[in-house]
Design a protein around this ligand. Sequence first.
Ligand code: DMJ
Length: 569
Amino acid sequence: MASHIPLHKRTLRLLPFALGAGFLFWSLVYFAWPHLDPSRLLPPPHRPPLPHFAPVPPHFQPGPPPDPKWTPRADAVREAFLHAYRGYLEHAYPDDELLPLTDGSVNNFNGWSLTLVDGLDTMWIMGLHDEFYDTIPTFANMTFALPEKSFAAFFETVIRHLGGMLSAYALSGDPILLARADDLGSKLLPAFHTGSGFPKYAVNTVTGEIRPGWTGSAVLWAEALSCQLEYKYLAHLTGRRQYFDTVEKAMDIVRNADVTDGQFPTKWHVETGKPINQHFSVGAFADSAHEYLLKQWLLTAGSEQKALDLYMRASSSILKELLFLTPNRNLLYVTDTTGGRPSHTFEHLSCFLPGLLALGAHTLPLAERERELHLWAAEGLAYTCWVTYADQASGLGPDEVVMHAIPRSAENPRAGRWLAHVEKWEEMGRPGDVPPGLREVPPKGKGQRDYTPRKNGYHLRPEAVESFYILWRTTGDEKWRERGWAVFEAIERETKTRSGYAGVIDVDQSPAPKKNEMPSFFMAETLKYLYLLFSDRDIVPLDQWVFNTEAHPLPIFEWSDQEKKQYGI
Ligand code: DMJ
């Protein structure tokens, strides 16, 4: 029988039942779903311990009694740091760098107070905790904004800003620094929006627009492979898979490239990912890429064998192809080759290599013969770096020289190559027990040095003292500290100004004419390595920390099983 109640009224009466049923259904879904979700059968996601690493500041731990010789020297370096820092705060902050001759400032790296960011972890290491915490409000308010059509150079921003904040976080455990690092890390990621997955030269951190640098469609090997330490550590801290995957892709391109004998070239096409020259070097275009191969393996507690394999391939080619001896003083040097032809240029930038080889010899599971070779090369090269300082009137090292080469002949095409001389020396029963390139020679005047200057300035660079520090820590030989002290005395004598320290134009004059620059790496690297070299405590033990290429120590960590599975490690 048809109801006499109109249809719309009948629907209205049913409404409370419909609503009740709906409510019941969604409540059931809400409460029961977690129990039905199959992913609940998996183990809970990995969480790195929080805060993952906040050691007691070394200065608050009991240490050895002060050493009457070295403690005052470490204190002198801390004073130098404070002099430069106060000058920067007074005349340059919040700009990037101090102009130490005119008490002015310059913004050459994004205008985000670079000297403060780059020098932050040095403050912590030197025990300047008040100065350190005074900066935290500045960091808390950093937005990393750039005006439209302004760009942040990807490589420099990663090694200096990102590396600096991550290291300061790792040392202090201050969460503000991690939050800022995570923010900056995300904003730089659009740099990888290229055909190959290699990063483009520069990125706008607001719009994500990217642009090439002076190399056009080429990416330098150093710039493609010097972000993995920072981003992998960030992936470990935040759990963001994108950080790992993005930078690992660049590693895969290199790993799968058709490259002879580990001679990874300096330029690669940013869209195709193919090598585009035959220039093999450890200098400006390549330096930190070599570093990051070994250091990725070290940072991840030996779990990334693939990175180590690349380091072994590259380093044995370096020893074979790039190391030479000079004819008279038998100085060991590293140069670059194009299509196998050496240029005999020796760059100050290459003085990081002895430290890297020494670190490898100290930490890697090498066969005895290999370990010996790596260590001899390290000692001989660091010695030559030192000689180029000791020879000069100012006591500071030139930026670039051309080494005099031992002439090759048809009978002896490998003459001058260090390895050939080592093999000969071994065949002769190792006379004198000092391998070629390690015998000490007196300082020489112009014309007798076995090299000709090409760029005679000293830009407050760290590489020589960086290697002295690693050699001191890995061999325990005090001569590296003594050499570092001579360099520091020259820095004080020749480069100090009223407001800071200035690079010099000609190292072979004293007093040396100065240049109006105080690059941020002076406080981030040069003074940090000198301080660590003289400190009586081992503040940053090499079995617990790995320095990024801007001297920012990051703590060694292990990937969890779940991270390994997730990232395919
Ligand atoms: C630093 O910015 C870094 O060490 C980089 O890897 C190369 N050189 C400068 C200092 O010389």
